[in-house]
Design a binder for this molecule. Structure first.
Ligand code: PBG
Length: 325
């Protein structure tokens, strides 16, 4: 016979709930979505449960998220062709521009964020325009970043999210948005982006691994936190509205410190590798998927994240609606 009577057990649960310090909220979640020109919805091999959505099906899946209470999405595009300078990033008919116009037309209230980068749009797979030596050319990359941000704003996004880690990108984007009548659009900066192995499944998904060299020259060393704080302060000073730390779970101390030191909201990106590890272990029955998902997200929130970008957004929203976290 159990020592705890069922009625006592119920009270224990409610007392735990009464004194709980950290709770997940659907309001803080952003769902990443991959959009393609293909005409079929295809599961992403390296990210079980995530799909490439054709333009025709994008509204249907977003509607599902909205019904669960999700308020925001971040879009990643798979272009039909790549070139040296990532021309698709600035085309009026580029994959992102088409998707944003469609989504904005159907969901006027939805918060739409777009990744502003080049890696999945360029043949070399780097996050900017390269010079003759194969290094990132800062001046021409910044010009292209401005054009890309403007074309996303024109299509109807609320936040552009530059992830190319080029010094000055936030200031340049802010200036060009303001000078073109987009003062009301925000910048969610990937200010603190580590050179991480946890982007592996994403790079497979969007075929964006650099063809030569790696991104370590412009992504941060996992051993550094002071450098991360410097980047975050710089981006805030340049006009970022939200500062992102990416990945999330290996960098909880960084999230906490950014939260303590800055006044703008902090977003944490639970990246593809963090997602796929949980999915893979759960598929092998090595861990409980639901419990480990909630525990990892609670950790990210407890560390100080105001906003969490997660591939689990829909799944966690379903759980939050049915229980109290
Ligand atoms: C760059 C970008 C990457 C991710 C988001 N934006 C890849 C990278 O920086 O190499 C990774 C997201 C994830 O792993 O889920 N466009």
């Amino acid at each position: 016979m159990s020592l705890i009577k069922p009625s006592r057990l119920r009270r224990t649960v409610s007392i735990r709930s009464l004194v709980r310090e950290t709770r997940l909220s659907i309001d803080n979640l952003i769902r990443p979505i991959f959009v393609t020109h293909r005409n079929k919805c295809l599961e992403i091999e390296s990210m079980p449960g995530q799909f490439y959505y054709p333009l025709d099906e994008i509204e249907k899946t977003i509607e599902g998220s909205i019904k669960l209470g999700i308020n925001g999405i971040i879009l990643f595009g798979i272009p039909s062709s790549k070139d040296e300078i990532g021309t698709d990033t600035i085309r009026e008919n580029g994959i992102i521009q088409k998707a944003v116009k469609k989504i904005r037309g159907s969901f006027p209230e939805l918060i739409i964020v777009t990744d502003v980068c080049f890696c999945q749009y360029t043949t070399h797979g780097h996050c900017g325009i390269l010079n003759h030596n194969g290094d990132i050319d800062i001046i021409s990359s910044l010009k292209q970043v401005q054009k890309q941000a403007l074309s996303h704003a024109d299509a109807g996004v609320d936040f552009v999210s530059p992830s190319c880690m080029i010094d000055g990108m936030v200031q340049h984007i802010r200036e060009s948005l303001d000078n073109n009548g987009f003062e009301d659009r925000g910048i969610l900066s990937y200010a603190v982006k580590y050179g991480s192995a946890f982007y592996g499944p994403f790079r497979d998904a969007v075929d964006s691994s650099p063809k030569d060299g790696d991104r370590k020259t412009y992504q941060m060393d996992p051993g550094n936190i002071r450098e991360a704080l410097k980047e975050a302060h710089l981006d805030e000073a340049e006009g970022a509205d939200i500062i992102m730390v990416k990945p999330a779970l290996p960098y909880l101390d960084v999230i906490r410190e950014v939260k303590n030191q800055l006044s703008c909201p902090v977003a944490a990106y639970q990246v593809s590798g963090e997602y796929s590890m949980i999915k893979a272990a759960a598929q092998n029955h090595w861990i409980d998927e639901e419990e480990s998902m909630i525990e990892s997200l609670l950790g990210i929130k407890r560390a100080g994240a105001d906003i969490i970008i997660t591939y689990f957004a829909d799944a966690v929203a379903k759980i939050i609606r049915s229980r109290c976290y």
